[in-house]
Design a protein around this ligand. Structure first.
Ligand code: HT7
Ligand code: ZN
Length: 870
């Protein structure tokens, strides 16, 4: 298991001028013929060439027409080494592959009755011998031949050039992609798929043909995705001036996919979860995710495909930037405040945890054993925060100038994160050298802020200090980073102060030194600071604010993010106080101010209802755990439940009235207004049901029965099932009977049950896994059961006897022989073992050791457990 280092990067010995592939698809195997023109890289005097190739059965190989005997080749299970090569040559090869046996879901594999590919990151080497690395770009021509009845649809990248019938009921399709691309963006599909189609007219008046292909049974659930695609295309033209560059854009939908979707040039492949959505089968959140993922893959066409990564260490170059772009897309389509809060909530609970775990790595990692393990929250979400910081520092105009220069300099090439940073710096004549540390230093920086008010001088001083995280393990000494801190100050009536001569009411303070102060003059009374507005940098901010200060900000902050955050701080402080009291066998009394603040938010009709819903949602256990150590999960859960009970005791009347006010019979729409209203209503229902009062169980049953949309039915069903309220088993049984033929719907049913916070849930999970609707071969089903149980049912996963951990380890070992990528994702759920009480931690570690000691582990799982034990 070899570790690969960023510092060892070498350009390739040979470039590829063009690729011509032919696929002869049969039911039990596929023959792949390749013609590839290689041209020596003049910068390197080396006439050997390594071609990656795995799980391939080589039939024949020739160089410039001369057959090479297979016995004469230096062939291993990783590839093929050619030597004494001329400056330019044509390689021809023929390999046989067995897609129906491929359960790893990389390379060419089968889903239902059709075949499809997944090549990122290193799947192309399971299709043919090739320099499978992202810095080798070439135009591809692809011909697919297959039986016309079984496989009427034959797709690949680019534009369709020709198609026709052949003998023996076969037909063919020829595709040409003129844009040079790395092999990871290759795709092909063969099967009996239905499609919907539409057109998009670009800003330069070109008609693009859009199609979404899916199995016939799902054809009526693709319209929202198509509309989202057109919205994304228009948005990218308007906001980034980026126009689509082929005549066709095709999307194929599969139930068997390791990730969310894949941006193959002109032929995206999507996990069905991120395409299929109808009013009676998808929640509001599902619809929003569909739009976001459709946007994300579309945006990759420029940020990822036209300009790609030089090597996989630069993954965040395309992923961080494209996540930033999809976040902006959703913000412009939905509620900007809600989107920002949801993204930061996810970052702070999950990415901060990763950054404090044994898997902590910089946005641009320095080494890996298995690149698939580095499609992480750090590369994606922290990477997007890094891009957002450029935007904060440079403003929209400066940022767009940087993007323009980036495209001008690098279109059609494979580049590095440094190239992106230099484009941003040069376009704005700004020195972003220190900013580069965001790519190279791992861990979440800690920023402390202290304030001082001098009444005599009418001067307010803020003193910032930055520190490395405790978990920082870089090889070099930690250096201070360039941290943009957006801030405002409020007077005691809640009005923002003018902070400079231009009378700005908020500014971006650039913290670049270890310690740095900011002085504001002419301040006539001690103000309340609102720091890191909009979460302007991915840091842990520590400030000494009182309970009253947080309540004041929760009521007055004009920055929606910080207003929500202030409410969270209040809730977190109370839950932690109750946790400590429980541990000491004491009782904690919640101050009245807390309920007053909660009531003000709940009843504030001027606020975006989506924001109110988030502000009254208590922090998840996971988000509390990342800020704690030696956590006793059961006690923490009880502390949170105590607060829920008290909120119900003090505010149930108000909560019920907000529920009724927002429970309308308007026909369903996925509009921002309705989504916000439903999220507030359903959060109120959550509180009501938590009280255990029969009257509210009844209300929940009513909502379940009468709703015209899936958000309301599934919320009601989940609440009843999680409380195991009377009638819930019947509702689950009815659901199963209705949806058993629909994997996405059944996955939700599985997840609801895997997250019931009851003693016997693990037994239930084991039974669910015996059902015909569950298979370890299907990643969505694995995530729906294992992922939901381990990450969404913390009290059961962290059961004191360790049965949750042993169960996970058993499943990881079974999965590793089927799909190592998914096995590695699942074993990562043990990565935060350091946060827990020693009794739990030791049991987690002993399961990690058990996995580590197993025979024939994949590199994927090995890397995760090995790091955990270092
Ligand atoms: N760029 C895509 C990454 C991806 C992927 C990576 C490893 C294994 C399977 C995969 N499927 C898709 C998705 C994206 O970020 O857009
Ligand atoms: Zn992506």
């Amino acid at each position: 298991k070899k570790e690969i280092f960023r510092a060892d990067y070498q350009p390739p010995n040979y470039w590829v001028r063009w690729v011509d592939l032919a696929f002869l698809v049969e039911q039990d195997h596929t023959l792949v013929s390749a013609r590839i023109l290689f041209k020596r890289n003049r910068a390197i005097m080396d006439n050997t060439l390594f071609l990656d190739g795995q799980h391939l059965s080589l039939q024949r190989l020739s160089i410039d027409g001369d057959e090479v005997a297979v016995d004469d080749l230096y062939l291993t299970d990783r590839g093929l080494l050619l030597h004494d090569l001329p400056d330019q040559f044509e390689l021809r090869s023929e390999v046989k592959i067995y897609p129906a046996e491929n359960t790893a879901l990389e390379g060419l594999y089968q889903s239902g009755e059709f075949f499809l590919t997944q090549c990122e990151a290193e799947g192309f080497r399971r299709i043919t011998y090739y320099p499978d690395r992202p810095d080798v770009l070439a135009p591809f021509t692809v011909t697919i031949v297959a039986d016309k009845t079984r496989y009427p649809v034959l797709l690949s990248n680019g534009n369709r050039l020709a198609a026709g019938d052949l003998s023996h009921n076969r037909h063919y399709c020829k595709w040409v992609d003129p844009h040079p691309k790395p092999s990871y963006l290759f795709a092909m599909v063969a099967g009996d798929l239905a499609y919907i189609e539409d057109q998009f007219t670009t800003a330069n008046n070109k008609q693009i043909q859009l199609r979404i292909f899916t199995e016939q049974r799902n054809i009526d659930a693709c319209d929202y995705a198509m509309q989202s695609l057109k919205n994304a295309m228009r948005w990218d033209e308007e906001r980034f001036n980026l126009v689509y560059d082929l005549d066709e854009y095709n999307i194929v939908v599969t139930d068997d996919f390791n990730m969310g979707a894949m941006e193959n040039k002109g032929l995206n492949i999507f996990n069905s979860k991120y395409v299929l959505a109808k009013q009676n089968t998808a929640t509001d959140q599902d619809f929003i995710h569909v739009e976001a993922v459709i946007g994300h893959e579309y945006f990759h066409n420029w940020t990822g495909n036209r300009i790609t990564c030089r090597d996989w260490f630069q993954l965040s170059l395309k992923e961080g930037l494209t996540v930033f772009r999809d976040q902006e897309f959703t913000s412009d389509q939905q509620s900007r405040a809600v989107k920002r809060i949801e993204d930061v909530r996810h970052l702070r609970s999950a990415q901060f945890a990763e950054d404090a775990s044994p898997m902590s790595h910089p946005v641009r990692p320095d080494s890996y054993i298995e690149i698939n393990n580095f499609y992480t929250l750090t590369v994606y979400e922290k990477g997007a925060e890094v891009v957002r910081m450029y935007h904060t520092l440079l403003g929209e105009t400066g940022f767009q100038k940087g993007m323009d220069l980036y495209f001008k300099r690098h279109d059609g090439t494979a580049v590095s994160c440094d190239d992106f940073r230099h484009a941003m710096a040069d376009a704005n004549q700004m020195d972003l050298t220190q900013f580069g540390l965001w790519y190279s230093q791992n861990g979440t920086p800690v920023v402390t802020a202290e304030s001082e008010y001098d009444a005599d001088e009418a001067c307010y001083r803020l003193r910032f200090e930055q520190h490395p995280p405790d978990s920082y393990r870089g090889k070099t000494a930690w250096q201070p980073m360039h941290i943009p801190i957006k801030l405002a100050l409020y007077d005691d009536t809640g009005r923002p102060l003018k902070l400079n001569r231009q009378s700005d009411t908020h500014i971006v303070f650039e913290l670049t030194q270890k310690q740095q102060s900011l002085e504001i003059e002419n301040v006539s009374g001690r103000p309340t600071p609102s720091l890191l507005q909009g979460f302007s940098a991915p840091v842990r901010l520590k400030q000494k604010l009182t309970f009253e200060d947080w309540a004041f900000l929760a009521q007055h902050d004009q920055d929606a993010f910080n207003r929500w955050d202030a409410a969270q701080q209040l809730q977190q402080n109370i839950i932690l106080a109750k946790y400590r009291a429980l541990q000491d066998n004491e009782t904690h009394k919640t101050p009245k101010l807390f309920f007053d603040s909660f009531r003000q938010l709940l009843l504030n009709e001027k606020l975006d209802k989506g924001l109110v819903a988030l502000a009254i949602t208590l922090p998840t256990l996971q988000s509390l755990i990342v800020n704690m150590d030696a956590v006793d999960v059961a006690v923490l859960h009880r502390a949170k439940e105590q607060l829920v009970d008290e909120i119900n005791q003090h505010l149930q009347v108000e909560i019920l009235s907000v529920y009724h006010q927002n429970h309308t019979d308007e026909p369903y729409q996925v509009s921002a207004r309705q989504v916000a209203q439903r999220s507030l209503k359903n959060r109120c229902l959550w509180y009501l049901v938590q009280s255990g009062n029969k009257e509210f169980y009844h209300l929940c049953h009513q909502q379940h029965k009468n709703a015209d949309n899936y958000t309301d039915t599934i919320t009601a069903l989940t609440l009843l099932a999680h409380r195991q309220a009377p009638g819930y088993e019947d509702l689950l049984a009815d659901y199963y009977n209705q949806w058993q033929e629909h994997p996405l719907m059944i996955n939700k049913w599985l997840s609801i049950q895997a997250t019931i916070p009851a003693e016997d849930t693990l037994d239930r999970v084991r039974q669910l896994m015996e059902l015909p609707v569950f298979s370890l071969k299907n990643p969505n089903a694995v995530r729906a059961v294992l992922g939901a149980f381990c990450a969404g049912n913390l009290t059961r996963f962290h059961a004191p006897d360790g049965c949750g951990y042993a169960f996970l380890a058993d499943q990881v070992l079974a999965l590793d022989t089927i799909n190592p990528q998914i096995a590695a994702r699942m074993v990562s759920l043990l990565n935060d073992f350091r946060q827990f009480h020693p009794d739990l931690r030791h049991q987690m570690l002993s399961q990690i050791k058990r996995i580590h000691a197993a025979d024939k582990l994949s590199a994927n799982v090995f890397e995760i457990v090995d790091r955990a034990l270092q």
